[in-house]
Ligand binder design. Structure first.
Ligand code: JDQ
Length: 245
């Protein structure tokens, strides 16, 4: 997978090179390029914003730099490849979920347009729709100052699902939101720590009982903090023992 990110603060995306994503890039599984939007301006002040038509507070990002920037990578999605997906972080987007991360992990080319100010001139996404599948995406019901943090969140959630990125693919299966339940609590040595002991069952070696205990903790946790997730599970996802929880 190739990911191109555009921002007026490219250094914001520097942490992507760390840890798993960095390894995936080194392994050639993933290529992430971060571009400075101001490289696509031509005036002395490298202007990327202007006042909003219709009035109102703040500034809006001009269409011309964005069109030049996006064109520079849309063109590289060769005609044989699938169309690139343009992700536009926005407070007004569809909410990003694990299901959406799984869907986007199958894309060949992701382009992320990180806006600032009051957002990007809407004609940029209208024009982009001729060249890419455009998705406005919110990472949650709270307001950020720009798209960079949302881009980091989405790229991490997507990239870790690409085969070969995560060391042990097993660890992807029983995760929160992967199969509709939150994950169980985890413990490691020492068995007793500051008066808090690891649940005995986990030291028993009885793998059947341990699996049952973990399942029960997942159900308990999900019911406690995200009951709507339980309601959303298909009937066949819960067996008789599960319903006891
Ligand atoms: N989930 C989520 C995403 C964002 C987000 C994404 C991109 C941008 C670009 C500019 N802003 C600032 C802004 C704040 C409010 C109204 C309009 C623009 C952004 C915010 N906030 N919250």
């Amino acid at each position: 997978m190739r990911i191109d990110v555009f921002s007026i603060f490219p250094e914001y995306l520097a942490p992507l090179k760390l840890s798993l994503i960095g390894k995936a890039m080194d392994a050639g599984i993933l290529s992430v390029a971060v571009h400075d939007l101001r490289e696509f301006t031509h005036d002395r002040h490298r202007t990327v914003d202007d006042t909003p038509y219709g009035g109102g507070a703040g500034m809006v990002m001009k269409p011309e730099p964005w069109a030049e920037a996006l064109e520079s990578v849309f063109a590289e999605s060769t005609s044989t490849d699938a169309r690139p997906v343009l992700l536009v972080p926005s407070p007004a987007g569809e909410v990003f979920t694990q299901a959406m991360a799984r869907e986007l992990a199958t894309a060949q080319h992701l382009v992320v347009a990180c806006g600032r100010y009051e957002g990007i001139d809407h004609r940029v996404s209208e024009w982009s729709a001729e060249h890419a599948d455009v998705r406005f995406v919110s990472i949650g019901d709270y307001v950020l100052n720009g798209g960079e943090v949302a881009a980091m969140v989405m790229i991490e959630a997507i990239a870790r699902l690409i085969p070969g990125t995560i060391g042990n693919p097993e660890s992807l299966t029983e995760e929160s939101h992967e199969d509709g339940l939150l994950e169980y609590p985890v413990y490691t040595k020492p068995a007793s720590w500051r008066g808090h002991d690891v649940p005995e069952i986990l030291l028993s070696g009885n793998h059947g009982a341990i699996a049952r205990w973990r399942r029960d903790r997942r159900l308990e946790r999900t019911r406690a903090v995200r009951p709507e997730m339980l309601e959303a599970l298909p009937a066949e996802a819960l067996d008789k023992k599960d319903r006891a929880f």
